[in-house]
Design a protein around this ligand. Structure first.
Ligand SMILES: NC(=O)CC[C@H](N)C(=O)O
Length: 307
């Protein structure tokens, strides 16, 4: 694995210069687009080693990858019936921050929990006496999976909070039509906070490992999520995880994956590997440009497609 990984890394490094770092969140524009890291965590009982190459120790913000974990918490807090009475299960051909379909859906609800509007609605369902407690529960959930502390990027959080007006528009619309209850600014604040949680590739591979391992932490061996819920979120990752490029990704790579505009991609090879990529240079839909190319090569090389 190590040798192949190195070759695939070298072959695809050039794509970094073809992409662009996200700049609509001003603090993300400071990221170095030449960074690239890959971490692959084995999940089988006798093969829990971790293979790495590149910038795997450096932290980046999870952004949309955090939506997978808030969705699991919201389902554990409220049950599937409630969650999906407010948020749909269908993919979209529109960008992740689009609000165009919010008004035309009947009944009015966001298409799925992986687009921004859906994830904001999911944030409103996380239980806790106040925002600090809700945020702490998200952090603790992630820490339980990887068995170590998770950090938070205050600069990115404040930057998005100051500029995230499209998300604000989606949230106020959803309040108006009854998709979300409660204080809109508080809900947005929780959403911006969980998007600004930081991981490195090694930690992200461990998070993916829990999903590959049907809800059992590969670090602590603790069962944290039911198999049913991990299947549900992996299905969303297949149909909606790579934004409006999810169809092409399913054809070319064929595994559940979720990307974030910080340049991270979390991918899952069921029962085998938790996979993490990080390259802040993004393609036109907002996925790590080198990350997607690397996943295509890895999937071909190791026959990862689930289809
Ligand atoms: N695609 C993403 O990673 C989007 C997350 C980002 N925080 C936003 O709301 O725009």
């Amino acid at each position: 694995m190590d040798k192949v990984l190195q070759l695939i890394y070298e072959k695809n490094k050039k794509y970094c210069s073809e992409g662009k770092v996200a700049s609509y969140i001003p603090a993300l524009a400071k990221q170095d687009k030449e960074k690239l890291g890959i971490a692959i965590m084995g999940v089988s009982e006798n093969g829990r080693e971790i293979y790495t190459v590149g910038d795997v120790e450096e932290k980046f913000t999870m952004q949309s990858i955090s939506k997978v974990f808030t969705l699991m918490l919201a389902i554990m807090d409220n049950g599937q019936d409630y969650v999906f009475s407010k948020v749909g299960m269908e993919p979209t051909g529109d960008p992740f921050n689009s609000i165009v379909k919010l008004e035309t859906m009947n009944p009015s609800k966001p298409l799925n929990p992986m687009i921004n509007a859906g994830a904001i609605a999911i944030s409103s369902m996380i239980k806790g006496k106040d925002n600090d407690e809700r945020f702490k529960r998200i952090v603790q959930f992630l820490e339980e999976i990887i068995g170590e502390k998770i950090t938070f990027n205050e600069e990115v959080y404040l930057s998005e909070k100051a500029t995230g007006n499209r998300n604000r528009a989606a949230a106020y619309f959803m309040k108006d039509v009854g998709v979300i209850q409660g204080d809109v600014e508080e809900i947005l604040d929780l959403y911006f906070r969980h998007c600004s949680l930081e991981v490195n590739c090694i930690q992200l591979a461990k998070l993916a490992g829990m999903l590959a391992n049907q809800g059992v932490s590969v670090v602590t061996g603790k069962k944290l999520v039911s198999k049913e819920i991990t299947q549900l979120v992996k299905s969303f990752m297949v149909t909606c995880g790579m934004y409006n490029a999810s169809g092409e990704f399913a054809i070319k790579v064929g595994i559940p994956a979720k990307s974030g505009v910080g340049g991270g991609i979390m991918a899952v090879v069921p029962n085998k590997y938790g996979v993490a990529l990080w390259g802040p240079a993004l393609d036109r839909v907002g996925n790590s440009i080198a990350g997607v190319k690397i996943l295509e090569d890895l999937s071909k090389e190791f026959d990862w497609s689930i289809f």
